[in-house]
Design a protein around this ligand. Structure first.
Ligand code: IPE
Ligand code: IPE
Ligand code: MG
Length: 254
């Protein structure tokens, strides 16, 4: 049997042998800038969304290569329904195409799919493609890919509060027993670890209603690259920046 690699007997503090800090378990990305990418090229916005799908493929591959276990992608917010109908038709068309064409490839790579957000807002065909993607990949052991669709952090929190209120009204639950963990268990992310790192592309510095509860202690990294230009080097640089951050969770600095 081949000897297993071990760092146990290596001299301490030798920079050449020092273990790299572990990558974030969960990276969440606000994929922004598709429209500006297209406009800068004199193309219709849908061309930017198409190029954005390419960037999704790259990001999924890179996340797995860099040892990330959970990747959440903000693909469509609850507020994006305010966009012109023509753009919504383009985006839902791309979503349908992604669900039909990409799932087999993701499945073959061991990716397990999850969806958060109000999928009832989409037409029944898309809803059943989502359910099928989840079912098909449910036993996969590779990267967990969470796609946020018609997702809004405030709506998610209100829905959890509504469930608690209903349980209290029905006498199933006493308000004094409510804890952060019990509340979080009613969010759509109940089985998903909180993000360690939230990346937003395109230079915008806001959360736009993304994972409001879950990002309480996430590190935030804003990159100027537009989403269609976001590649493996940008991803690796964000993880390098994350590794330099000192996460204290409110405790005293070391
Ligand atoms: C992100 O790109 C994709 C979605 C929000 C669906 P945008 O479409 O927001 O692109 P910009 O911000 O207008 O450049
Ligand atoms: C956030 O981007 C939502 C997604 C990336 C899906 P937006 O482009 O919708 O955000 P705002 O409107 O600039 O805040
Ligand atoms: Mg945008």
């Amino acid at each position: 049997m081949a000897p297993r690699a071990s760092t146990q007997n290596l001299p301490e503090g030798d920079p050449a042998t020092a273990a790299a800090p572990p990558p974030p378990v969960h990276v969440a990305i606000i994929m922004d800038g598709n429209g500006r990418w297209a406009t800068a090229r004199g193309l219709p916005r849908v061309a930017g969304h198409r190029a954005g799908v390419e960037a999704v493929r790259r990001a999924v591959r890179t996340a797995a290569e860099l040892g990330v276990q959970w990747l959440t992608l903000y693909a469509f917010s609850s507020e994006n329904w305010r966009r012109p109908l023509s753009e919504i038709i383009d985006l839902t068309g791309l979503l349908r195409h992604f669900l039909r064409m990409e799932i087999a490839d993701l499945h073959s790579k061991g990716v397990r799919l999850h969806f958060i957000g109000d999928r009832t807002k989409f037409d029944p065909g898309i809803q059943s493609d989502i359910a099928e993607a989840v079912r098909k990949t449910a036993d996969n052991q590779g990267l967990n890919l969470v796609i946020a669709l018609s997702y809004g952090g405030r709506a998610e929190i209100v829905e959890a509060a509504r469930q608690v209120a209903a349980d209290v009204a029905a006498g199933r639950f006493n308000p004094v027993d409510l804890t952060e963990d019990l509340f979080a268990a009613r969010l759509s992310t109940a089985s998903i670890p909180d993000p360690d790192l939230v990346i937003r592309t395109s230079g915008e510095k806001r959360l736009s209603n993304f994972l409001l509860w879950q990002s309480a202690y996430a590190e935030l990294i804003f990159v100027d690259a537009l989403w269609p230009d976001f590649g493996p080097a940008n991803f690796a640089e964000a993880l390098a920046e994350f590794a330099r951050r000192d996460r204290r969770f409110g405790a005293r600095p070391a």
